[in-house]
Design a protein around this ligand. Structure first.
Ligand SMILES: Cc1cc2nc3c(=O)[nH]c(=O)nc-3n(C[C@H](O)[C@H](O)[C@H](O)COP(=O)(O)OP(=O)(O)OC[C@H]3O[C@@H](n4cnc5c(N)ncnc54)[C@H](O)[C@@H]3O)c2cc1C
Ligand SMILES: NC(=O)c1ccc[n+]([C@@H]2O[C@H](COP(=O)([O-])OP(=O)(O)OC[C@H]3O[C@@H](n4cnc5c(N)ncnc54)[C@H](O)[C@@H]3O)[C@@H](O)[C@H]2O)c1
Length: 473
């Protein structure tokens, strides 16, 4: 048995990294075990490479449309080793930034497996710690479609290692990965066909926002098929044939982006007595499993599959280990809204409930909307597609915000803060927003709500009376 640690972390993705960084900052003895690469899915085959590729795509699209910006039409450049650029950025972030953050962590590169509830084994050596944090993330879910094991399909795990942009690609899945990659590949000259079983893109999103995105992806040249059943796939020479209830399609590559499954293989959770199900490791609102010293943090607990949620959970779990007496007030995961953003052009972002969720719950709400097309800044920037839509109670309590448009992923933060701190929509109106930021659309939406309220005849009478009563005599 080696020296005893305070924290033993299995997996160094966003969740494990947040735990390790905070733990060492507190002066705790931290051991981290990572079987692949520091940074996990997010850095190596998720958030970062996907955004790097999207950047190349956005630049090419801007050149394609250069005349819209008052510049002379120019030849549109072909992609030149876009994946090399992606990998180059990953290498830099990994070697120059991430690894250096963990110089105070004892790091073991290898696959961890439980021996019992207090002991973890890597390559025959045993390790223990006061608390063990499982942060092993997820893997791509490959649906049991007939023929799938006969074709060489891509997932996010090998996609960013392609050598060049294929001529054509069929994407199964219309979630965040499917949409972001549809746009990236379409704009880089690939013919993309996306099909998925849900009625609209990004199934969690506001349907109106999803339709705006669908129109834009079609303008990029993609074909989109919603509510589609994929019946089978097979290889035919250099092409993959995909049979669906909407017809047969052929493509050079097939990308599967159909959701995630929890990655617990080889961990031997049974030996530790940790309970799990299809969604992930069963844990409470602080990340505690059924075994008192073992925690499950980030994607592996199936609560919210986002990097920011994984990092946030890491912080809350550690704080609730340090100050359990404050936990019910400060460190419950569910006390904090989980926003999300999809980094397409236009971006889609959400916090709180969508209109559909409000209707399903029978909550009465008002909708107020401000359009990108009605604002000087977005008009001059050629970014007129989209809206900021806020769902509120009659007294301005914010139930949710759905944004589609330029910088939606930035605009959403004002509503996250407002919801968390119970700030009402009229308070956003009372706050100055610098002009002409795109965030000013958030203030506009609250102004519009107030204007709508002022249409009420009774309220008008009250305001007229007050105005006249207080006028200098
Ligand atoms: C293409 C794509 C784009 C994405 N874009 C975004 C985005 O823009 N924004 C966003 O918020 N989220 C995004 N996500 C989701 C995000 O990547 C995940 O939510 C996040 O990485 C989860 O963090 P985690 O620490 O829980 O797990 P992971 O990042 O999956 O890390 C788990 C780590 O555990 C290691 N591990 C597993 N088992 C063992 C073991 N037995 N022993 C040792 N180590 C082990 C793995 O090797 C891995 O490094 C994206 C995902 C994909 C696939
Ligand atoms: N910007 C971001 O925050 C971001 C980006 C990428 C991924 N992610 C995270 O990664 C996770 C995985 O993303 P994802 O896009 O793979 O999944 P998802 O869960 O968001 O969407 C799954 C898609 O696959 C389709 N699908 C599933 N099974 C199918 C089948 N048998 N036939 C046809 N269609 C099928 C669904 O209809 C849906 O469109 C998400 O939970 C998301 O949180 C986040």
């Amino acid at each position: 048995m080696e020296k005893e640690y305070d924290m033993l972390i299995i997996g160094l993705g966003p969740a494990g990294m947040a735990l390790a960084a905070m733990g060492t900052a507190m002066g705790l003895k931290v051991l981290a075990i990572e079987k692949h690469k520091i940074g996990g899915e997010c850095l190596n085959c998720g958030c970062i490479p996907s955004k790097a590729l999207l950047k190349t795509a956005v630049v090419r699209k801007t050149i394609q449309e250069i005349e819209r910006y008052g510049l002379k039409k120019t030849e549109v450049p072909d992609p030149h080793k876009p994946f090399e650029r992606v990998q180059c950025h990953l290498k830099y972030i990994n070697e120059e930034k991430t690894v250096k953050m963990f110089d105070k962590v004892d790091l073991i590169m290898g696959s961890a497996a439980f021996v019992d509830a207090k002991t973890v084994e890597v390559d025959g050596k045993h390790y223990t710690a006061r608390r063990i944090y499982i942060a092993t993330g997820t893997k791509p879910l490959v649906p049991p479609i007939p023929g799938m094991n006969t074709v060489e399909y891509l997932t996010n795990e090998n996609l960013f290692h392609l050598e060049e942009i294929p001529k054509s690609m069929f994407i199964i899945g219309g979630g965040a990965i499917g949409c972001e990659m549809t746009q990236a590949f379409s704009r880089l000259g690939c013919k993309v066909i996306l099909a998925h079983m849900d009625p609209h893109l990004i199934p969690l999103a506001d349907d109106e926002a999803a339709h705006v995105l669908e129109d834009e992806l079609k303008k990029d040249g993609a074909e989109i098929y919603n509510s589609t059943a994929i019946q089978g796939v097979k290889q035919d020479g250099k092409e993959i044939v995909i049979t669906t209830d909407k017809g047969e399609f052929r493509a050079e590559k097939l990308l599967v982006a159909a959701g995630r499954k929890v990655a617990l293989e080889g961990l031997n959770l049974e030996r530790a007595g940790v309970k799990y199900d299809k969604r992930g490791i069963i844990s409470d609102d602080y990340g505690r499993t059924n075994v008192p010293n073992i925690w499950a943090v980030g994607d592996c607990n199936g609560k919210a599959l986002f990097s920011h949620a994984a990092m946030h959970q890491g912080m809350l779990s550690l704080m609730s280990s340090v100050m359990p007496f404050l936990s019910p007030f400060k460190f419950k995961y569910s006390q904090y809204e989980v926003p999300w953003s999809v980094f397409t052009d236009p971006e889609v972002a959400q916090v709180g409930m969508t209109e559909k969720q409000l209707k399903d719950k029978g909550i009465k709400y008002e909708v107020v909307k401000s359009n990108y097309g009605d604002y000087g800044r977005t008009i001059t920037e050629e970014k007129t597609v989209g809206f900021v839509k806020v769902m509120v109670s009659p007294w301005g309590k914010i139930y949710g915000a759905s944004i589609v448009g330029e910088a939606a992923s930035e605009l959403i933060h004002e509503f996250i803060l407002a919801m968390h701190k119970k700030i009402r929509l009229y308070d956003i109106m009372l706050m100055q927003h610098s002009f002409p930021t795109i965030s000013l659309l958030n203030k506009r939406v609250s102004e519009q709500w107030m204007m709508k309220k002022m249409q009420n005849k009774k309220l008008q009478r009250v305001m007229q009376t007050l105005y006249r009563f207080f006028a200098p005599k």
